[in-house]
Design a protein around this ligand. Sequence first.
Ligand code: CA2
Length: 148
Amino acid sequence: MKTVFVLNGPNLNLLGTREPAVYGSQTLADVRQLCEQACATHGFALDFRQSNHEGVLVDSLHEAGILHVQGALAGVILNAGAYTHTSVALHDAIKGTGITLIELHISNVHAREAFRHHSYISPAAKAVMAGFGVPGYALAVAALAGMQ
Ligand code: CA2
């Protein structure tokens, strides 16, 4: 059984506590449950993580890369949060591992502030999703199933 990594970056642990107009009212625990259901539907194992630390996210991408080499990775769904707009390190980690990665944003970053319009993740990603809300995570799992 292949594994889907779902990696969540800084402040996504606050999901559901503030800014419901932007991010909805579901919590990160709800997101995990949604991903569990979607992975069960498609026959994937789930590795679900959140970190506020850039280097920890880089380490998680490297772990996903090891599974990729072993043929045991379905792909990675990455919501890098604000690191999307700043992190060359995450860009390099994705490129360096050769993993299949979907960049995901809950909100439509292109309809928001200009500083959210640029992504260091997008050039290294297989696909980009933004603005589908929390249900986007389940859509991303389904998309990975279609890529196997
Ligand atoms: O739309 C997304 O998923 C984002 O990746 C979320 C990031 C933001 O920096 C990106 O531009 C777009 C922010 C995540 C913080 O989430 C919070 C949720 C509730 C309360 C406070 C922060």
